[in-house]
Design a protein around this ligand. Structure first.
Ligand code: MN
Ligand code: MN
Ligand code: MN
Length: 279
C-alpha cells in the first residue's frame, strides 16, 4: 500500500497548492495521504476535497514546532480535528511567533545593509505562517543569492547574520494539544536532531511518557544506518512506525512524494492507530 503521512503544501513552506499536491499524489498512486503543514491546518479542507475527487484516503495533519531541552523538535499530529479550539489557538500562537521571528530576522538583515523589512513583508505576503524558507526564496527571487541553500549558508543559517533564536512551546504542551484534538502524536525525523544516541533514547522515552504514539521510521532520504536506528527506537519504546516523505516541492529527489517504504519487522504500523475513514 502506498502511503505518505508527512507532506507540505504552499500553506507552509511547500511550493504546491494542496490540490496540486493531491494531484501529484494521485499520479504516484498514493492511497493514503496526510497533509502536515508547519503549524497550520489551512490547507486541509482543500486537500480533503481533492482527495475525495481522486479516491485517496485523506488524513488531516499538522507538523508542530516545539522545544525540548532547548532544542527545536518537530511533532507530527495525524487525524487531528481541523477546527479544534485548542489546536486553532496553538496555531495562532505559533503564527504570531513566526511573524515576530521573521520581522526580527528582517531587522538583523537591515543592519547588514539588506532590505530586511521588504524581504520580511514579501515573505509574509506569501504565507501567514511564514518560515525562513519563505525569506530564502525571496532572496533568490531578488537575485541576492543563487539558491535557497546559499541563502541559509550566507544569511539565515545557524551563526549567520540573520540567525534569530526563537522560542517554541514545550514538547508536553504540543503532545497534549494533538491528543486533545483527537490526533496521534508522531515524533518527526528523529535522526535529524543531531542528538547523541543516549539523548535520543531519552527523547523517545519522554515522548512516549507524555502521550506520544509514533515515530517516523520509514522516511525518504534516510540511509540504512538511520533506518535501522529508528526502527530499533520504535521497538524499544513501543512507538508505532510512521511512513512519510516530508515532501516540500517537486524536483527534490531525496524527498519524493509517496515513496513506498516497507516498515521493518516488529514495528507496528502507525496507520493502525488512525480511525478508519475511507474516502
Ligand atoms: Mn519545512
Ligand atoms: Mn520537520
Ligand atoms: Mn516536514
Amino acid at each position: 500500500m502506498r502511503i505518505d503521512l508527512h507532506t507540505h503544501s504552499r500553506c507552509s513552506d511547500g511550493t504546491l497548492s494542496p490540490a496540486e499536491l493531491v494531484a501529484l499524489a494521485a499520479d504516484r498512486a498514493v492511497q493514503i495521504l496526510a497533509l502536515t503543514d508547519h503549524d497550520t491546518m489551512a490547507g486541509c479542507a482543500e486537500a480533503q476535497a481533492a482527495c475525495d475527487r481522486h479516491g485517496i484516503q485523506f488524513v488531516p495533519g499538522i507538523e508542530l514546532t516545539c522545544e525540548w531541552r532547548g532544542r527545536e523538535i518537530h511533532v507530527v499530529g495525524l487525524g487531528v480535528q481541523p477546527g479544534h479550539t485548542l489546536l486553532a489557538a496553538t496555531c495562532d500562537d505559533l503564527a504570531r511567533r513566526r511573524v515576530a521571528r521573521l520581522q526580527a530576522i528582517g531587522e538583523r538583515l537591515a543592519r547588514h545593509g539588506l532590505d530586511g523589512a521588504g524581504l520580511a513583508r514579501d515573505a509574509l505576503a506569501e504565507c501567514a505562517t511564514p518560515t525562513r524558507m519563505h525569506l530564502a526564496r525571496q532572496m533568490v527571487r531578488r537575485g541576492m543569492v543563487a539558491s535557497v541553500g546559499a541563502a541559509f549558508d550566507r544569511w539565515l543559517g545557524h551563526g549567520k547574520p540573520g540567525a534569530v533564536r526563537s522560542e517554541w512551546p514545550p514538547l508536553q504542551a504540543t503532545v497534549d494539544c494533538i491528543v486533545s484534538a483527537g490526533g496521534v502524536a508522531v515524533l518527526a525525523h528523529a535522526h535529524r536532531y543531531a542528538l547523541s544516541p543516549g539523548v535520543l533514547r531519552e527523547l523517545c522515552a519522554q515522548f512516549k511518557e507524555l502521550g506520544g504514539a509514533g515515530l517516523e521510521v520509514s522516511l525518504a532520504g534516510t540511509g540504512p544506518g538511520d533506518a535501522h536506528r529508528l526502527a530499533a527506537l520504535a521497538r524499544r519504546f513501543a512507538l508505532a512506525g510512521s511512513v512519510g516523505s516530508d515532501f516540500h516541492e517537486p524536483g527534490i529527489p531525496w524527498r519524493p512524494l509517496g515513496r513506498f517504504v516497507k516498515l521493518p519487522e516488529g514495528v507496528m504500523p502507525l496507520l493502525e492507530l488512525l480511525p478508519r475513514r475511507m474516502a
